[in-house]
Ligand binder design. Sequence first.
Ligand SMILES: Cc1cc2nc3c(=O)[nH]c(=O)nc-3n(C[C@H](O)[C@H](O)[C@H](O)COP(=O)(O)OP(=O)(O)OC[C@H]3O[C@@H](n4cnc5c(N)ncnc54)[C@H](O)[C@@H]3O)c2cc1C
Length: 468
Amino acid sequence: MAALKLAVVGGGVTGLAAAHRAVELSRERAVELDLTLLEARDRLGGTIATERAGGFLVEAGPDSFLSEKPRALDLCRRLGVEDRLIRTDDRFRKVFVWRAGGLHPLPDGFQLLAPTKLGPFVKSGLFSWRGKLRMALDLALPRGTIDDESLGAFVRRRLGREALDRVAQPLVAGIYTADPDDLSLTATMPRFGELERRERSIILGLWRAGRKAPMTGTSGARWSLFVTFANGMEELVSALASRLPPGAVRVKHRVDGIERHGRGWRLGGGLGPPVEADRVIVAAESYTASRLLRYADPALATLLGEIPYASSATVTLGYRRTDVPGPLDAFGFVVPRTEGRALLACTFSSVKYPGRAPEGHVLLRCFVGGAMNEDILGSDDGALALTARDELRQALGVTVEPVLTRIARWPKAMPQYQVGHCARVEALERCATMLPGLHLAGGAYRGVGIADCVRSGEEAADRALGAS
Ligand SMILES: Cc1cc2nc3c(=O)[nH]c(=O)nc-3n(C[C@H](O)[C@H](O)[C@H](O)COP(=O)(O)OP(=O)(O)OC[C@H]3O[C@@H](n4cnc5c(N)ncnc54)[C@H](O)[C@@H]3O)c2cc1C
């Protein structure tokens, strides 16, 4: 029998996870696989990019992944790299909120949107008494009735404006770089909608859930919530790439169109002849998928093109420890939009994970841009660095020049799950099932994080090889 020709478009973590899963399945089922992974850039990894410079380890994009969602951790086990994972230094498991000129600790037990521990919440200087009482009203409020509500509207309704402005908005901006009034609750944090339906009160629901399963996710107690690799996130990219057959990966190959060809598919682009394949997994951004499929299925292309993306940048600064005043005893701080600042958040990278800065130094990573402040990306690198440094001067009192500066721009890299997202994804998945042998995967559909991308890529490979 002829080998099954599979083409994967995009060499980010989704495409790599899909290609790797396809190789695994072909071995399990003794199917001969002819795999080609096409990546437009000159390197694999997409938004995952780690750099070592002057003893610092800089993550230009993601710095960790969620261990609670099992697929990424399970992939690490199968790749034999689980022992390369490191956990957060939980002595410093604290996040500050930069508000009214000061850094206020997020009260212990605050879970994204709501408090779960009474003492630290009552004592917190982050909220006014009025704000605290408004949050407590959640205990008495009836259930809501709206089906696909925005995250902002949900938090305002249940917990009040202060909970939204001072905690939910900045924490959500750190994950989705989005405006909570646009984000769909169902698509981004369905757990809170379910809690309301089941328990009515979010605070009571979280408190009961905490009593039932104290501090252990599905990954067990061994791992902290976020994990990374000793030598940075690119270890995952290298491990995946090393498991693919020799010659399967083609970098600097930008696909410019995908069309039906007999019973299979033809992928135009790159320098050589078109690539022909029986099955295709499109693991590029959804706006790219939209362009590639514009002739194959205009209706699907339109739906794909409707998913908006936001742009952001990271400004990573290395300092001598003695040049940064204060204890730096936290994972970092987030910044509410109401403060009118340029920073979305700052991670104390070398405090959060070991091995990120040489002895006697610290590494701070600032996050700017996002759906609510994209204009800042119009500034050149020098201006971006100065802005980040000025914000750190005000927040932490750092006045000296950093010993290391790295800037990474991520244009249109973060999909925005706006209200209506779930319905749109269901519609486009229905359309895609009409295209035999073609499969979509990536962070644009059912989860933006790395663990979700791994799941999405692997599920696409399962479908492509007929395993699900
Ligand atoms: C700044 C930043 C920080 C983040 N932090 C975290 C974090 O800490 N934890 C976490 O879990 N997630 C984080 N994320 C999200 C996470 O990085 C992404 O969800 C994930 O890496 C996306 O992987 P992907 O393969 O789906 O897409 P991408 O990484 O975008 O890869 C898509 C690939 O397709 C290629 N491509 C595009 N068009 C074509 C074409 N025409 N032909 C061929 N190839 C093409 C691109 O060059 C790219 O390599 C972060 C994202 C950003 C931007």
